[in-house]
Ligand binder design. Structure first.
Ligand SMILES: Nc1ncnc2c1ncn2[C@@H]1O[C@H](COP(=O)(O)OP(=O)(O)OP(=O)(O)O)[C@@H](O)[C@H]1O
Ligand SMILES: [Mg+2]
Length: 373
């Protein structure tokens, strides 16, 4: 039976009594469903490892509670929580062969050796290492991806209630990483163990997770499916962290019951639906807001009849299914280089050309500048 996992106002302050106190987790409250593969995503130092270590009981939290199912485990020591964990550096025991590495958790639990053999064999089959087990070498004789699988097998072999994976693919090259993330999903679905997968790679989190949480400075900024987070980011930070996003500075010109009109400059304005405004605070005219546009919701053209801003194409990249144009605009419109995706190469446009930038108005979103990255 898979367990749910619940955080209730969890806080962690390192070195609480010193002037160098670090408030690493702030009022974390959310639940993970039984059998769910849940991703924790966020920039370096946002508290991902701290939340994972707190979940395992390796870190004593400063406030709040953690529940496995209905059971409050806040004060239960790590060895009494049935947790499988793969750490950021998934160090295997170098002096033990692969079998003993995987068997370790069973040996310390004093499991009978015939059952150890059976369980290790089963789990190595699940992670696709049957042949390696026959050879049974030391971990140093395995490839990075094989070592990774051994680390996962070692964490799974004693049927943990919860599996915690801290950047398990960090040491692998890009291609193997993509392959292994699908493998992790396959293995997790086969075992149905409630799992937290930590990564700072948004593509990995979106590909692997049933749901994801985006953390920033110890705070959960948003929780949802990949789709929710990509299509309905709640603030500019999440919008920018999940996929690419372009931002433009605009001013509110007019507000009606259904529309918000915003002005980019003297000639270019947009009349957007109120539902395109995603922040919660009230709006008034002359407020400064941000327009957010995904690269696929902008386009470029050599000429256009409507009012449009101009930019200079700095780099053109062919990315297979799309062509990405990097375009510099006046910093009073956007403080960063724009990224614009076109389905094919636009005839006649080359690097260093000046182009017009067109907006797909229906797909734009509006935010206050709060929570900007
Ligand atoms: N043992 C510790 N003592 C003091 N501060 C700590 C300790 N461990 C972590 N921190 C601080 O807590 C914050 C969160 O760290 P954490 O390791 O959880 O980040 P992370 O999201 O896992 O980052 P990364 O992606 O780099 O692994 C950081 O500011 C870090 O410096
Ligand atoms: Mg970490």
């Amino acid at each position: 039976m898979s367990l749910s996992l619940r955080y209730d106002k969890v806080n962690k302050i390192f070195d609480e009594d010193s002037k160098h106190a670090v408030h690493a987790l702030r009022d974390i409250s959310f639940s993970i469903e039984p059998g769910e593969l849940f991703c924790l995503l966020g920039p370096s130092g946002c508290g991902k490892t701290t939340l994972l270590r707190s979940t395992a009981g390796l870190e004593k939290i400063s406030g709040g509670s953690i529940y496995y199912g209905d059971k409050d485990v806040t004060t239960i020591p790590p060895f009494r929580r049935n947790i499988g964990m793969v750490f950021q550096s998934f160090a295997l025991y170098p002096h033990m062969n692969v079998f003993e590495n995987v068997a370790y958790g069973l040996r310390v639990r004093k499991v009978d050796s015939s059952i150890v053999k059976e369980k290790v064999t089963d789990i190595m089959k699940l992670v696709g290492l049957e042949d390696v087990l026959k050879r049974n070498p030391a971990p140093s004789a395995l490839s990075g991806g094989q070592q990774q699988r051994v680390a996962i097998a070692r964490a799974l072999v004693y049927d943990p209630d919860i599996l915690l994976l801290d950047e398990p693919l960090a040491n692998l090259d890009a291609k193997l990483r993509r392959y292994m993330r699908a493998e992790i999903r396959r293995i997790q679905k086969a075992t149905n163990i409630t799992t937290i997968f930590v990564t700072h790679d948004q593509e990995e989190a979106m590909a692997v997770g049933d749901r994801l949480a985006v953390l920033r400075d110890g705070v959960v900024e948003q929780i949802g499916s990949s789709d929710d987070l990509y299509n309905y980011p709640q603030n500019p930070f999440v919008a920018n962290f999940i996929g690419k996003m372009n931002f433009f500075k605009v001013k509110v010109a007019k507000i009606t019951e259904e529309k918000v009109d915003v002005r980019l400059n003297d000639t270019l304005s947009f009349s957007l639906d109120r539902s395109q405004y995603r922040s919660s605070s009230d709006l008034k005219t002359e407020d400064e807001l941000l327009i957010a546009a995904r690269p696929e919701h902008l386009s470029i053209a050599k000429q256009c009849d409507k009012p449009a801003i101009e930019g200079k194409v700095t780099i053109i990249q062919h990315l297979g299914h799309i062509v990405r144009y990097e375009v510099e605009v006046d910093p009073s419109y956007s403080r960063r280089t724009l990224e614009i995706d076109m389905e094919g190469k636009v005839a006649e446009i080359v690097e260093q050309d000046t182009v017009k930038i067109l907006f797909n108005e229906n797909r734009l979103t509006l935010y206050t500048q709060e929570g900007q990255q």
